[in-house]
Design a protein around this ligand. Sequence first.
Ligand SMILES: Cc1cc2nc3c(=O)[nH]c(=O)nc-3n(C[C@H](O)[C@H](O)[C@H](O)COP(=O)(O)OP(=O)(O)OC[C@H]3O[C@@H](n4cnc5c(N)ncnc54)[C@H](O)[C@@H]3O)c2cc1C
Ligand code: FES
Length: 273
Amino acid sequence: MSAWLTAANKLRVARILGSKVETPTVRVIAFRDLLCRRAKPGQFIMLWIPGVDEIPLSILDVNDDGIVMVAVKRVGEATQALHEKRSGDAIGIRGPFGNSFTITRGKALLVGGGTGIAPLLFLAKKLKMEGVKPQFIAGAKTKDELLLINQLRDICGAENVLAATEDGSYGFKGLATQLMEKTLVNSSFDIIYACGPEPMLREAHNIAGRRNLPFEASLERIMRCAIGICGSCVIGKYRVCRDGPVFNYEQLKSVEDFGRWKRDFDGKKIPIQ
Ligand SMILES: Cc1cc2nc3c(=O)[nH]c(=O)nc-3n(C[C@H](O)[C@H](O)[C@H](O)COP(=O)(O)OP(=O)(O)OC[C@H]3O[C@@H](n4cnc5c(N)ncnc54)[C@H](O)[C@@H]3O)c2cc1C
Ligand code: FES
């Protein structure tokens, strides 16, 4: 293990600095961790909730003082416990882990669904710092579940942020990938970045392939060690925690399970809904 990974893998205790409601099911939580100052868009941390569990979360933002933000969707025991944490409460942090999105200077289209918007917001910020004004498509089931839309407008410019809701309660009625296809008819891009539910990523991958566009997507799998040892995050010949979570078009094309199969907590293959 490299010296950097050894240091990153050490559990540090951090205190919650603040927690804010973002949508009915998502809270943005802030804490300070100096090692995360060097985190790049796409990387994730393992966040330990004492007495409950340790879970992977993408980094939403980090500043030079090491103030880290994560967007947490309440889906089960650990995320519920994290939602109940308040300023001053202790948590444990390992990471940042994994690779990151490639920063390109061309015209970029970012397509995010659900909490997949979080790492793409961090990427949008970095792209803007490099002089690129990204275009963003944010997808959710309903208007209430659309995440971080105002922050995205601040970063990308309101005219560059498009929303898609499945029930049509805000923006385009339909899937983020349908809006992506429509957007690609009228504008050209040099790269597509995506993060969100895997069926959405698979469709975005297909669209990018048909148009011969460079493509990167961030995947989620069950993570335990986060350093490539336990094997719980294996997909094809890759370990998502170590070789990903960001994969390019060719890598994803080589993985048969992409968008179709994942593994449960016992390692059994189950279909992706
Ligand atoms: C690289 C990566 C980045 C992620 N980023 C975010 C994020 O920014 N925001 C966010 O809300 N969620 C994120 N997740 C998902 C988050 O880790 C799970 O929602 C969380 O672990 C659920 O825990 P729970 O106890 O609340 O729910 P549980 O009831 O234990 O699980 C609910 C579902 O969450 C997933 N899950 C549970 N444990 C893990 C685990 N150890 N590793 C991966 N998935 C798990 C499984 O699909 C499971 O079916 C990310 C996952 C990965 C792998
Ligand atoms: S989480 Fe253990 S190998 Fe990836």
